[in-house]
Design a protein around this ligand. Structure first.
Ligand SMILES: [Zn+2]
Length: 114
């Protein structure tokens, strides 16, 4: 038996499995959101029907897809960040960004009188 996820609408955890006759569903007591109903047959195990209703409530395909995409993007950021550190070390070695000779010093005898 799995736990009921928080309400996708209000974020609260006051979720209950309801039953009326042969119908089972989950309901948020805070905002009134309800899951799809499961209609069972008379004589079917109540725990099994509750588990199906719980599965309907916990089914979050868009949320799951977003979490998977966020994990992908975080991994990509991590990969690019590590890569950037290597590039910065390379830049130091190649002398890019070295401003010790800037601005160029005008030497005497160049005819401009500086
Ligand atoms: Zn709610």
């Amino acid at each position: 038996m799995s736990e009921l996820k928080k309400c996708p609408f209000c974020g609260k955890s006051d979720i209950h499995i309801e039953q009326k006759g042969t119908f089972f569903w989950c309901e948020c007591y805070d905002c009134g959101a309800i899951s799809r109903e499961h209609h069972t047959l008379p004589g079917v195990n109540v725990l099994q029907s509750e588990d199906i209703a719980r599965g309907y409530w916990n089914q979050r395909p868009l949320e799951d897809a977003l979490h998977a995409r966020i994990a992908e993007l975080e991994a990509e950021i991590e990969r690019l960040t590590v890569h950037s550190d290597i590039e910065r070390q390379d830049d130091k070695c190649s002398g890019h960004g070295d401003i010790s000779n800037f601005p160029p010093v005008m030497g005497s005898g160049d005819g401009l009188g500086w």
